[in-house]
Write a protein that binds this ligand. Structure first.
Ligand SMILES: Nc1ncnc2c1ncn2[C@@H]1O[C@H](COP(=O)(O)OP(=O)(O)O)[C@@H](O)[C@H]1O
Ligand SMILES: [Mg+2]
Length: 262
């Protein structure tokens, strides 16, 4: 594909569908997903439990080979996992017998050269873990462990970071703190971010766009461009307008009435 062609999309999904076969039953997890992601864009994807969010990220990540439609990265079909895509999950998935430094080093093909050591140190600093290089995962708080896994996911400088409810297991205050951190990191690194979340405020706080998915089968219901300057105060009237726009895709007007939404 030429650099000028196809809207300069870095990642393009066309007609993506996925069926699971479970005890003779067909579950249509995803159907007819068309999405474009521009380089450096931050896209949030929201939807209820079981709507296919993780399946979608697994397909983009190359972890799921058996699907319909096409997924192209810079014009080429994805053929499996690759260092061009980093993954972050709800659980940190650090190796418990390795330190913070070693966990991050483990993601690199070569981690002993001066250049590699510099890159590891830069990423530890980027996520605010300077001084914790020698700590083991059990010595870290949930938020710190997630910071370490962000560093590990970014250390190979992927073009795209795929985030599957990365802050879902954290307490509310830590979650807000890490949302601010991921925003700062994105602004510093300009990695394309694809964030899956069921937290609508998180989706609006972070995304250039919020993609709303429907359930069974998972389809794209709506895309909302978040035309708000960052940082975005969650108590501002314009934030509330976007929240209401997204809520409307999930709740009836009666459910959204002020006396109903206590
Ligand atoms: N390995 C699997 N085998 C059978 N069904 C699956 C499998 N993984 C997911 N599903 C089903 O596909 C649908 C989408 O799952 P998932 O992508 O995990 O949704 P979400 O991440 O939005 O909660 C759900 O109905 C789920 O039960
Ligand atoms: Mg999921």
């Amino acid at each position: 594909m030429s650099a000028t062609g196809n809207n300069a999309s870095q990642l393009a999904l066309d007609g993506v569908g996925k069926r699971y076969h479970l005890k003779g039953n067909d579950i249509v997890a995803l159907h007819g997903i068309n999405l474009r992601f521009a380089p450096g864009e931050f896209v949030s994807i929201v939807g209820g439990s079981g709507c296919g969010k993780s399946t979608l990220l697994r397909i983009i990540g190359g972890l799921e080979r058996d699907f319909d439609g096409s997924v192209r990265l810079n014009g080429s079909p994805i053929a499996g996992p690759g260092l061009d895509r980093g993954l972050l999950f709800q659980d940190h998935r650090l190796l418990p017998w390795l330190t913070v430094w070693e966990n991050i080093a483990f993601a690199l093909a070569e981690s002993r050269s001066a250049a590699a050591r510099r890159v590891i140190a830069e990423h530890i600093a980027l996520v605010g873990l300077k001084g914790f290089e020698k700590a083991y995962p059990h010595q870290l708080s949930g938020g710190m462990a997630q910071r370490a896994s962000i560093a590990r996911a970014l250390v190979n400088r992927p073009q795209i970071l795929l985030l599957d409810e990365p802050f879902g297991a954290l307490d509310a205050l830590t979650r807000i703190q890490l949302q601010k951190e991921i925003l700062r990191i994105w602004q510093a690194e300009r990695t394309t971010m694809v964030l899956v979340t069921h937290d609508i405020d998180e989706a609006i706080f972070l995304g250039d766009r919020v993609v709303v998915m429907s359930n069974r089968p998972g389809t794209i219901k709506k895309e909302v461009r978040i035309e708000l300057a960052r940082p975005r105060p969650r108590n501002s009237p314009s934030f509330a307008d976007f929240r209401q726009t997204v809520y409307r895709e999930f709740f009836t007007e009666t459910e959204l009435a002020p006396d109903y939404m206590v």
